[in-house]
Design a protein around this ligand. Structure first.
Ligand SMILES: C[S@@+](CC[C@H](N)C(=O)[O-])C[C@H]1O[C@@H](n2cnc3c(N)ncnc32)[C@H](O)[C@@H]1O
Length: 274
């Protein structure tokens, strides 16, 4: 079996069957590549091509090229599995919270605020984490049950770790340790310091905004079960099926623990290359 995890971030399986790739590799086990330049593998290579929370980071036209590339590298009979924010559910949750907040339900008002962050902050932010980070790191979350039902156990763990570091209970990795772990990023910071002098404050800010917005964090397009099926079939995939975090055409998918069954923000969809 040959399996590929595109845009794996920190979430990947380290074994002989898997290849993991990302523009910003989290470790030496991850191959560096920018999918906007194509996916650097030969035709008909993989039994399974997986990406989680990656497609929404491409503009719509680049997303279509990316999915075509996924089709090209899949073996005939192989499958694609996509996990990504579910626009349909975001819209329904937003409308539900709006209806309640508008008639004075103060608890729903917090849910409404959170849904706006899911819908807009991830697209319009100009710095890492954006307003969502500020919301998640408040000392008291107004609606933890709702937020963690949306983003799952990973989000809860991340918040706990952040608060422990902020209070000094847990140690934050030093800047030197981070630089040694990722020398490319350290060089980038040195280059930026140089550009700041050359460009001056205002122009440097414009440059930084552009760099951030092209850096892979923000959402450039959103999809739902209808537009994803249309996109997958348009490049030749068949047998499109909406799955859950635990279900798959792949019999042992849940054993890889790549998709969080506790979160409700994602759509999981699969299709087969005929
Ligand atoms: C939101 S993270 C998702 C990480 C992981 N798959 C997960 O589900 O937690 C998006 C990942 O896609 C990567 N990425 C975004 N644009 C990319 C591109 N053009 N080429 C390669 N990787 C990209 C980012 O570096 C980041 O690791």
């Amino acid at each position: 079996m040959k399996l590929l995890n595109l845009g794996c971030g920190h979430k990947y399986v380290k074994d002989a069957h898997w290849i993991n790739a990302d523009m910003d590799p989290a470790s030496a086990d991850v191959q560096q590549c920018n999918f906007l330049n194509g996916i650097p593998f030969p035709d008909n290579q993989f039994d399974l091509v997986y990406h989680s929370h990656v497609l929404e980071h491409f503009q719509q036209k680049d997303g279509a090229v990316f999915i075509r590339e996924c089709f090209r590298i899949c073996k005939p009979g192989g499958m694609i599995r996509i996990a990504m924010p579910n626009l349909e559910v975001i819209a329904r949750e937003y409308l539900n919270a709006l209806d309640k907040a508008a008639v004075g339900d103060t608890k729903a008002a917090a849910d409404y605020d959170w849904m706006l962050l899911e819908m807009y902050d991830q697209t319009v932010r100009n710095s890492s984490g954006g307003a969502m980070l500020q919301y998640l790191t408040q000392p008291e979350l107004p609606n933890p049950d709702f937020v963690f039902r949306r983003i799952g156990g990973g989000g809860r763990k991340w918040r706990e770790q952040f608060l422990q570091q902020a209070s000094g209970e847990a140690t934050k990795p030093s800047k030197l340790a981070l630089a040694l772990k990722n020398p490319a990023r350290a060089w980038d910071k040195i280059y930026d310091a140089f550009l700041r002098i050359v460009l001056g404050k205002k122009r440097f800010q414009y440059y930084q905004t552009g760099k951030f917005r092209n850096g892979g964090e923000i959402h450039q397009w959103m999809y739902d079960r209808y537009s994803l099926e249309r996109l997958l079939t348009s490049v030749g995939f068949t047998q499109v099926k909406v799955q859950t975090a635990q279900t798959s055409y792949h019999p042992n998918w849940a054993s890889y623990q790549l998709d969080d069954p506790e979160e409700n923000a994602s759509i999981f969809i699969e299709a087969i290359k005929p």
